[in-house]
Design a protein around this ligand. Structure first.
Ligand SMILES: C[S@@+](CC[C@H](N)C(=O)[O-])C[C@H]1O[C@@H](n2cnc3c(N)ncnc32)[C@H](O)[C@@H]1O
Length: 236
């Protein structure tokens, strides 16, 4: 049985290239590089690595490091494998070995409900070395409630996608409707992705972790800060 986000994630995987994320991603990556350059590490785990664009860029930037990615979408993982990346659909608790740093880039954290996020932080402690780091971004309330609400549609020769997004009381919900050409017909599918708002207070109370730095950023240059980049450290 698919949960809400799974149906939406499957559609997202099919249309990611139409959504403008590749255009803005390099700006976000640069913030990550700046922090990673200041930390000494040999191994990095990218959680929710998607189709692997960030890992691919890290491979060029940090060629001597061990880089590994996990994502729960099989479509995404197959695509990332086609770039020659070391990735899998394994869950965190199924991983062997430990990493110096973990990353979760481009909204990955907002995709998780509070209980899922709490178990991610719990499981991640097992997959990180002592004093290991977790570097991730989250959407701010402005990013979720102002910037990305409303309707959007786009298409190419074989796909038409319409997205309706709304925000209420800490939950941002996007409804995806996709029409895919199949021969001379179109197949319609529908899915939902929810993103959950998280604030500093949540991360402050996580057992075994401390916040090292929070960097507010304007990825889209549209008024207020739309994201925050967190650097956290496992303390026990
Ligand atoms: C917005 S995408 C970001 C992908 C990638 N980090 C990037 O920068 O392109 C969020 C990704 O998180 C993955 N995801 C969502 N929940 C997950 C979970 N619980 N475990 C692993 N991956 C997850 C989705 O499949 C999707 O690929």
């Amino acid at each position: 049985m698919l949960n809400d986000n799974q149906s939406g994630l499957e559609i997202y995987a099919k249309v990611e290239d139409l959504l403008g994320v590749y255009e803005v991603a390099p700006k976000l990556y640069r913030y990550y590089y700046d922090t990673l350059e200041d930390l000494s590490f040999n191994s990095l785990l990218d959680i929710g690595c998607g189709s692997g664009h960030f890992l691919k860029s890290l491979k060029l930037k940090f060629p001597s490091k061990r880089l590994y990615g996990i994502d729960k979408s099989r479509v995404m993982v197959e695509r990332a494998k086609s770039f020659g990346l070391d990735v899998s659909t394994k869950r965190l608790h199924e991983l062997d070995g430990k990493f110096d740093i973990a990353t979760a880039i481009f909204d990955m954290i907002n995709y998780l409900k509070q209980d899922e996020l709490e178990s991610l932080f719990r499981d991640l402690r097992e997959s990180l070395m002592d004093s290991g780091y977790f570097l991730f971004d989250i959407n701010s309330e402005f990013g979720l409630s102002e910037l990305a609400v409303g309707s959007f549609s786009t298409e190419d020769e074989n796909r038409f996608i319409a997205i309706e997004s709304d925000y209420q009381e800490g939950i941002y919900e996007s409804h995806f409707t996709l029409f895919e050409r199949v021969g001379s017909l179109y197949r319609r599918s529908h899915g939902v992705i929810k993103q959950y708002l998280y604030r500093k207070e949540f991360f402050q109370t996580l057992d075994g972790w401390k916040i090292i730095e929070i960097l507010p950023i304007k990825l889209y240059d549209m008024g207020a800060y739309d994201k925050e980049i967190y650097l956290m450290q496992k303390i026990y």
